[in-house]
Design a protein around this ligand. Sequence first.
Ligand code: FAD
Ligand code: NAD
Length: 465
Amino acid sequence: MYDVIVIGGGPGGYVAAIRAAQLGMKVACVEIRGSLGGTCLNVGCIPSKELLHASHLYEQAQGGFAKLGIKVEGVSLDLPRMMKAKTQVVTGLTKGIEFLFKKNKVDYVKGMGRILAAGKVAVTGADGSEQTLETKNIILATGSEAMPLPGVDVDEETIVTSTGALTLAEVPKHLVLIGGGIIGLEMGVVWHRLGAKVTVVEFLDRIVPGVDLEVAKEMQKLLKKQGFDFRLSTKVTKAERTTEGVRLSLEPAAGGETDVLECDTVLLAIGRRPFTQSLGLAEAGVEVDQRGRIAVNGQFQTNIAGIYAIGDVIAGPMLAHKAEEEGVACAEMMAGQHPHIDYNCIPGVVYTHPEIAWVGQTEEDLKKAGRAYKAGKFPFMANSRARAVGDSEGFVKVLADAETDEILGVHIIGADAGTMIAEAVLAMEFKASAEDIARTSHAHPTLNEALKEAAMAVAGRAIHA
Ligand code: FAD
Ligand code: NAD
């Protein structure tokens, strides 16, 4: 008899399993994929960041180094080697989780998990074998999958989701992204750097919804400069395979005349939906909401006693670090502890170049809520480190309460925004004011000085701009 069985070995599930074991529980983690780490390590965060890094260096070697007086000749692409390097990173990290399971005495059960009833999990192995495991508690952490689009049939070769986009055998001549969200931009940037023409077809009149609008507009401007084409307020109604590739039928989002776009590869990236099909939720009586997400209370409990859910299968941003926080909190709550997650302080990052990173409220959120705020902005063009390394696109924006000066949101578009945002997240966790950051000594010359200056700008006293 286990104390906890976790179904799903992604960042939510494997972290919950390890934390529960640390707290003295007897734990098993059931995973069907054949390797641990979930979407994130196998077909998400890690392989995409590896390709973003490699493709950025390739692009730099083609022209960026020359500006610094470094001559590089005969640069060429070895795509199979680039893909192999990515696979090596993924394998190393997934094996690392297996090691952590052994170290923490978590039983790794390979197979598909299904709820038979509270306290009972059936596991079907790859060879068809069945076993039933008994447990006091079950944590559902089965993650998400790409959202399909009627009329656009994915084959993961010419019409791909992010999974196929991570393993293309050749650089597309013309890649069309259906969806100008996070996956579209990150994968589009990789293949654009490696030589593809890229067109973004986005339903809304803006890209990356959820990101502060001023930042999103700046990103679109910079991507346009890099060579991206944008078709905003446009929807794809059909994708037909032709001898040359794919013919897409487009229509204005509001309806109207159709148009045709020819390309050789299509990336469908219009969002992700919870993956729960194999769990037997209906039979077990576990409730889901109208979007198919498992319904939980503030303690991650479903409507069935002893069954919990975390990560992409429940509401909230579909992010690895959000799933991890929930994994830790869920295990600690089971052990009688009282952890707390401030969802307003979960950062978001888009790993393009420049990167986008944010935490808290956008200007649009604050206007909608009728909250009086002050904004302080500082451009990387005026930051000496950004200038020294020749990477000075973008800005930092700090939003603070007009009366109390409490920081309500921080939005960064810049070379290392994803790393920089940690300072803002910590400040917001401690309910810091803009003045707290403004009066904190920041090492010189660093990119984070731009955050300090933006915080100073909230009070109209930036020094360098
Ligand atoms: P998952 O990671 O999806 O793990 C669920 C696991 O459950 C899977 O391994 C699945 O095989 C297994 N499973 C499903 N059903 C069963 C069953 N019945 N029995 C046994 N096992 C089962 N997030 C970030 O924070 N940063 C990023 O940079 C980032 N990049 C991304 C890039 C891409 C291309 C994609 C697709 C996603 C990215 N994400 C990123 C999102 C991130 O991957 C997810 O938010 C995160 O993996 C969710 O964790 P999870 O544990 O809830 O689910
Ligand atoms: P997304 O929600 O970020 O973007 C989807 C985009 O598709 C939106 O802009 C939406 O308006 C558009 N869209 C929807 N229907 C459309 C249609 N019919 N035609 C054209 N456009 C349409 O979703 P995603 O890019 O698929 O990514 C899914 C999730 O994966 C993200 O929300 C994020 O949580 C996670 N992810 C995170 C990272 C990261 O943290 N760096 C990276 C990749 C993925």
